[in-house]
Design a protein around this ligand. Structure first.
Ligand code: SAH
Length: 262
């Protein structure tokens, strides 16, 4: 292990928390994000199809966090970026049409801290400078977080938004150290591991195809059915066993349909 890598391992306070930036336009914002992260003890940066990367501008804006920029993982889809995550939080500057379970920045910091302290992988997802996150990307998240702002201008610079939310994670960890080891209480209380986001995605695909197969769901006229079902299942945060049970149930319906053609 090189000296830089060794330093990272020692300074990385939250190795299971990844910051995901989706289709960032300005490489300067990648650098600003890296700096904001390292300032708060985070190192794991994942970039989904950045417009311009690697880039000198990103390194320059990161100041002494060039190691975070250089260590960033570049992937081509959000699904890939979220692989293995058991808690996914999406950020949004606006109210959306279908309300989603929301967190305040402070409660977001606490939730992220507790979840990673219990050994789970966590992602916080940030959107494009001009358009934020798409609805289907927000629908891949368990919770949404909005940073309260003045009425006239609700959209923060990307790096600044990362700063606020990562600050709250560090704050939560400082508060938890003060309260000794209550940290992992919430997630440890559960007897099973929570389902990963990839397992959930497979489940949603299976659910949708089964709903189509039974004739309940018309893909030509989808309305908000899958959105509402996703919201419901994300709200209850299924564990691995629950997903397996539902997948088994869907398979039994698939078999029944296969046996009894209309
Ligand atoms: N015009 C876009 C804003 C994009 S700002 C929109 O209306 O959605 C770029 C990114 O910074 C956002 O996708 C989000 O990840 C983050 N961000 C900016 N302001 C935020 C706020 N008030 N709360 C939470 N995240 C915010």
């Amino acid at each position: 292990m090189s000296e830089t890598e060794q330093n990272q391992v020692e300074s990385n306070l939250f190795p299971r928390v990844r910051i995901v930036l989706v289709e960032t336009t300005h490489p300067g914002n990648i650098g600003a994000t890296a700096r904001a992260m390292k300032n708060m003890g985070l190192y794991k940066l994942v970039l989904v199809s950045p417009h311009l990367f690697p880039s000198e501008k990103a390194i320059w804006r990161s100041a002494s966090a060039a190691d975070v920029v250089e260590g960033a993982q570049v992937v081509s889809s959000l699904e890939e970026a979220l692989e293995g995550c058991q808690l996914v939080i999406g950020t949004s500057a606006r109210e959306r049409r279908i309300p989603w379970p929301m967190l305040e920045p402070k409660s977001c910091g606490e939730k992220v801290f507790k979840t990673q302290a219990a050994g789970k992988e966590v992602a916080i997802v940030f959107g494009r400078e001009a358009h934020g996150l798409k609805n289907e990307e927000l629908q891949m998240c368990h919770f949404h977080v909005n940073i309260p702002t003045g009425k006239a201008y609700s959209s923060l610079n990307l790096g600044m938004a990362v700063q606020v939310l990562t600050y709250e994670i560090l704050q939560a960890s400082i508060a938890a150290t003060d309260q000794s080891d209550q940290a992992s209480q919430e997630d440890d209380a559960w007897d099973m591991d929570y389902a990963t986001s990839d397992a959930l995605e497979h489940f949603f695909v299976h659910l949708e195809s089964t709903l189509v197969e039974t004739g309940f769901h018309d893909p030509e006229n989808p309305r908000q059915l899958m959105t509402r079902l996703r919201r419901m299942f994300n709200r209850i945060r299924m564990d691995e066993m629950e997903v397996n049970i539902l997948r088994g149930f869907l398979t039994s319906i698939n078999h029944l349909k296969a046996k009894k053609p209309e």
